[in-house]
Design a protein around this ligand. Sequence first.
Ligand code: CA
Length: 266
Amino acid sequence: MAAFWRRDQLGPAAQALATARRVVITTGFPVATEDGGLAPETDGPGAALALGKALGRLGCDVRYVSDTTSAPLLEALGARALDVLDLSVTDTELETKAKAYLSKHDPSHLVSIERPGRAKDGHYYTMKARRITESVSALDELFRIAREQGTPTIGIGDGGNEIGMGGLPIAKAVEHGERIASVIATDWVVVSGVSTWGTYGLIGALSRDAGRDLLPSAADVRARLDVVLEAGAVDGVTGRRAPMIDGLAVEETLEMLEAVRALSAP
Ligand code: CA
C-alpha cells in the first residue's frame, strides 16, 4: 500500500466536502467466503454510515447507493435515502443509466468507500484476482461520468482494485496488480491500510476543520460491525463471519479510531 499511497489528499478532500450540499456515498465489496461463495465484506459499510452521519451534522443531505449484494448491510445499519442500483458493466445503456441517476439526484459530491472499480479489461476483481463482475453493480460508472461532468469525487481504498485508484502505480505494488488495478480515478484518493481507517481519517479532517468531533463512538463502531455481520457480511481476508475488518480484530480499528480522534481534536 505504501508504494501507491498519495500524499496531500485528506485535507483537500475534507475542504471540498465542507461545502458539499448533497453527497452520494457508495460502498460494498463482495469477497470470498470460507465455503467459496461470495458475500459483502465488513470493511466499508459501517464507515460509510459514520461519514454520512458526520456530513449530516454539517448540514449536508446524504444518499447512499449500493447494489443488491451490499445494500442489505446499509439497510440494516439504518441508512436512510438508500438507493439499490444494479448496473451491468456490459450494458450498452450503462452510461445513459448512470447519467439518469446523477441527473435525478444531482449530487454536489460523490464518495466511494471500498467499492470495486473496473480493471483495464473491464472486469471487477477481488484482491486475490477472482473475477466478480457478475456480482458487482457498475457504480464506478457514476464516478466516471461525474468526473466528466466536473462533479467532485473522492475515493477511499486499500488494495488498488477500488474506485479512485485509477492512475496510481498499482500494477507492481500489489500481487495480481497488473490484472486487478482499477482504472477509475477520483479527484482525491485516500489510500489507507484499511479503507475504514481512511474513512475515519477523512471524518477526522472534517472534525478538525469544523472544530468539533464528528467521529463515531467506539460503542457505535462495535455495534455497527455486529449489525453488518448479522446482515450477512464476512471479514474480507479470512472470509469468516467474525468481528474483524481486513483480517484484524475490531480492537485494532478502535485503536485507530481513537488515534484519529486525538489527532483531529480542535
Ligand atoms: Ca479493505
